[in-house]
Design a protein around this ligand. Structure first.
Ligand code: ADP
Ligand code: MG
Length: 260
């Protein structure tokens, strides 16, 4: 009889998509007996097992879909190396609330100060908070839009990049854009404006964006939309890699030259 019930429970688990409970059914029952659990405790444990497994799966899939180039976490970020960063703001951003509100994040700073690290780490936190994320470098993004346009598939490609709740565009401004590329990016920014969040890392202060985009007017219009409802994080200081090298004695900063 109990074998029949056991079988039925497994079948119901399958139909209700409670895969984790099904996989751990015997363990859960053993644990309940050993721990002299109440019925409520057992239900609590079974539902928690399922909920945690579903969350874990969703986060793993979300991270795969996001296409992060490497694994970086907020725990792995050494704030003491970058005292210009407001840790409270990072904690706030990691809750994902800015995505719920359709706000943007701009990370400014010279090379090596941890902009990409923070963008990936925040992206992971946003996935954990339940949102879809896509990571792309500015160069990749522009190449993809440009290719789509020449193949007559631009609307599809724009829709693809407009969809994620958070789009991370990494390394904007390392290479200047031509007017056509700038216009494609502008179309995307307009599509996402006030509906979805965009996070941008850049080594260029906003005063240089006119030069980066080869068009002052378009740069101003783009910045207007990006900066409206946004958090701007400016990271100052030395490249983290250089700092590590200097600390280990592998690299010495050049001696200041005395003017003759
Ligand atoms: P950026 O995007 O600003 O050029 P990255 O995020 O690529 O810089 O950082 C360069 C390398 O240094 C990466 O491996 C990154 O993980 C590491 N790094 C930078 N800043 C920190 C930090 N404060 N704590 C830990 N690692 C850091
Ligand atoms: Mg970077």
């Amino acid at each position: 009889m109990s074998e029949l019930v056991h079988q039925r429970v497994l079948e119901h688990c399958k139909r209700l998509r409670l895969g984790a409970v099904a996989a751990r059914l015997d363990n859960l029952l053993d644990e309940a007996t050993r721990g002299q659990m109440t019925y409520l405790d057992l239900l609590d444990l079974a539902f928690r097992t399922e909920a945690e497994s579903k969350l874990d799966r969703r986060v793993r899939m979300g991270i795969q879909i996001a296409h992060f180039p490497v694994i970086k976490t907020l725990d792995g970020f050494d704030y003491s190396a970058q005292p210009s960063i407001d840790q409270g703001l990072m904690r706030e951003l990691s809750t994902g609330r800015f995505v719920a509100n359709g706000h943007n994040v701009l990370l400014f700073g010279p090379p090596g100060v941890g902009k990409t690290h923070l963008a990936i780490a925040l992206g992971r936190a946003v996935i954990q908070a339940g949102y879809t994320v896509l990571f792309v470098t500015a160069t990749e993004l522009l190449a993809a839009l440009d290719r789509a346009q020449s193949e007559g598939r631009l609307p599809d490609k724009l829709a693809h990049y407009a969809k994620p709740k958070l789009l991370i565009i990494d390394e904007l401004g390392y290479l200047p854009f031509d007017k056509k590329a700038s216009h494609l990016l502008f179309q995307l920014v307009v599509r996402r404006y006030e509906r979805t969040s965009t996070m941008i890392t850049t080594n260029q202060p906003v005063t240089q964006w006119g030069t980066v985009f080869g068009d002052e007017m378009m740069a101003a219009a783009m910045l207007d939309r990006l900066l409206h409802h946004s958090y701007a994080v400016t990271i100052q200081g030395e490249s983290y890699r250089m700092r590590e090298k200097r600390k280990s004695g592998l690299w010495k900063p050049p001696e200041p030259t005395t003017p003759k």
